[in-house]
Design a protein around this ligand. Structure first.
Ligand code: ZN
Length: 622
């Protein structure tokens, strides 16, 4: 399994070609006789099967950082000789099978159930087969380097075409050079509408970009949306100076838009799987572009500028990475920034995004206590990892997306202010020294690249020590001021108690059940440092009275606060499993910030501030 991806693309493809001479491909044939009930029939032919043979389903998926039990959705598992003779096998773990004595060529078959459309799972119905490969396809242990072929049947029956980064071998057959590439190649079989165009890369070579959309939209909508994506692609290219050399000269946005979809985007080497629970694309173009912007940036940052910790991707286990503040966080920052540069986000909307980043890094207990590296490692639990018991994430976790995004913002501002450089210069350096040459990086490598681009190893060492390994925070008020943006308290002079997850709010994961119907039940952990936390209130408590008023819902509690000022104290009566209690909440001012332009704040924007802002936010496409 090692070294599979630690080689250049050219080497990857030539190695595969060499292997093909020696070893026949493992061949998957997929049919859909029962799509109405969300089933696919999969037959896997394994020529030259090794004597000691185990096969399994995956427990993780390329780009998803937590584990998932894909083995639960396969059944009717059978192993036979090519002539159909049964071969004995044993299920030795939930997702692991061991085959007994067998001939050289065997077939493994099973039924796959899938009814969840996102960037990780499989979904089958007469409208489509949305196949994320780890969720759909079993694999033979020890045969990961062998080439793989897929035959997608029943396409005409359902009117489907194939959207994938797999290599087309003609008709309905597609291939991958090895298992790592196969697992990275989600495939959507659907009556998708496609729009394509060529981008001439910096080296003069053409790269084809496809936007494939399975939705209830007409071709004109898809074509028009494709024009917006074209603009975005060029804005992203301008950051790095070039597009990656896509493996077969193509990159495909595999998109599924439908109200019952889950919202998700998952990056891959030469494609991305974008799933959005919108009614349709028409009228929602800007919403949808947000995921496109983020995922496309990943075709540089994470799929090629690759942390060593994710190499090779382990499909039996979750790869733990300390680098997601960069891989995801810097991508998060650019996803929003590039929409602004390309003219799809207004400055006022962008200031709200900036406020979100700043509040995450300055006002969450996770970021106050733990470095971005540690929060990155928590992804093995946080990234759609499923559990039924509540967690304490409001107090022990800050997302590496926003934490890293806030660090990227600070670094961008500081490079501009202190070095007459930009974060684009840094990203280009990392691209050239790590991504383009496919040399997986460690955090010291990222520091070395910052030292190189700034020509100031001391600055780089200090930045990494304080803000990456440490929990110091940059001065965002001062940094944003350079661009004529004001960071200020969102509700000055107003009383604030902290946020409450209650039985009246929107459903949240990890909630406890409310006991009875009286009062206002707190359903999940309160946040360290907030007045309600300090007053001792937490999940399981039911607030009955505040300041003498009967509390029945969030509004009655908010009404009590509305008449108070920071510094006021209110008595709260509540009950829980140990009986009735009384406590005092000392109200404070909300620590949350907003970001507004100088213009909105009624301040005079200086020439320098205007120039700084334009250099940062204006299009870089020449
Ligand atoms: Zn991402």
């Amino acid at each position: 399994m090692k070294k599979i991806f630690l080689i250049t693309v050219a080497a990857l493809l030539s190695t595969a070609a060499m292997a093909q001479d020696k070893q026949k491909p493992i061949y998957y044939s997929i049919s859909f006789p029962n799509a109405a009930h969300h089933e696919a029939e999969i037959v896997m032919t394994v020529p030259q099967a090794p004597q000691s043979l185990r096969f399994r389903m995956s427990r993780s998926s390329a780009g998803r950082y937590a584990t998932h039990e894909f083995g639960k959705n396969i059944y009717n598992v059978k192993v036979t000789a090519i002539d159909g003779t049964d071969i004995p096998f044993t299920q030795i773990e939930g997702d692991l099978y061991e085959v007994g004595s067998h001939p050289e060529n065997i077939k493994i078959s099973y039924t796959l159930f899938g009814n969840w459309t996102d960037g990780t799972y499989a979904s089958i119905d007469p409208s489509h087969a949305h196949l994320n490969m780890p969720a759909a396809f079993a694999w033979v242990i020890g045969q990961e380097k062998r080439p793989v072929k897929f035959e997608f049947n029943d396409l005409d029956k359902y009117g489907w075409k194939v959207s994938t980064q797999l290599k087309s071998e003609g008709a309905n057959v597609y291939s991958a050079p090895n298992m790592q590439y196969m697992m990275d190649s989600p495939t959507e079989l659907a009556n998708s509408k496609v729009t394509s165009w060529d981008v001439v890369n910096t080296d003069g070579k053409k790269q084809k970009i496809n936007v494939s959309i399975h939705s209830d939209d007409d071709q004109a909508t898809v074509d028009n949306f494709g024009k917006m994506v074209q603009k975005l692609v060029l804005e992203e290219k301008a950051v790095f100076g070039e597009l990656p050399a896509y493996d077969y000269g193509e990159y495909t946005f595999i998109t599924d838009v439908y109200p019952t979809d889950s919202g998700d985007g998952m990056e891959h080497r030469n494609s991305t799987c974008i799933v959005d629970p919108l009614e349709k694309v028409a009228g929602n173009e800007n919403d949808l572009l947000d995921i496109f912007s983020h995922e496309y940036f990943h075709s540089w940052n994470v799929k090629r500028i690759r942390p060593k910790s994710l190499e090779p991707f382990n499909f039996e286990h979750a790869n733990m990475s300390s680098e997601l503040w960069f891989a995801e966080g810097f991508t998060q920052y650019y996803g929003d920034l590039l929409l602004t540069r390309a003219g799809f986000t207004s400055l006022d909307d962008y200031t709200r995004t900036l406020a979100g980043l700043v509040n995450q890094i300055l006002n969450t207990p996770g970021a106050a206590k733990y470095p971005a590296t540690q929060m990155s490692r928590y992804s093995v639990f946080a990234d759609n990892g499923v559990s039924i018991d509540p967690n304490n994430n409001v107090n022990d976790f800050t997302s590496y997306y926003t934490y890293g995004g806030a660090i990227a913002l600070a670094l961008d501002m500081r490079l501009r202010g202190e070095f007459k450089l930009t974060l684009d210069d840094y990203m280009r350096q990392v691209w050239l020294s790590r991504g383009k040459v496919m040399k997986p990086y460690t955090i010291p490598d990222l520091q070395a690249d910052l030292a190189k681009v700034t020509n100031n190893p001391k600055f780089a060492a200090d930045f990494f020590k304080r803000y990456i390994y440490g929990i110091d925070k940059n001065n965002y008020e001062e940094l944003l001021n350079k661009a004529g943006l004001v960071l200020r308290k969102i509700q000055p002079g107003k009383a604030w108690a902290g946020s409450l997850a209650t039985n009246a709010g929107r459903g949240r994961s990890g909630q406890q059940r409310a006991v009875g119907t009286e009062g206002l039940a707190i359903l999940s952990s309160t946040t360290i440092g907030t007045p309600i936390y300090k007053a001792g209130l937490d999940a399981g408590d039911i607030i009955l009275k505040a300041d003498g008023q009967t509390i029945t819902d969030p509004k009655s509690f908010a009404d009590v606060l509305a008449g108070k000022k920071p510094g006021d104290k209110i008595t709260v009566n509540y009950k829980n499993r140990t009986g009735a209690h009384e406590t005092t909440i000392a109200l404070e001012e909300s620590p949350y910030f907003e970001v507004v332009t100088y213009e909105k704040a009624g301040k005079q924007l200086s020439k320098e501030q205007g120039e700084f802002r334009n250099n940062w936010l204006q299009s870089k496409v020449k």
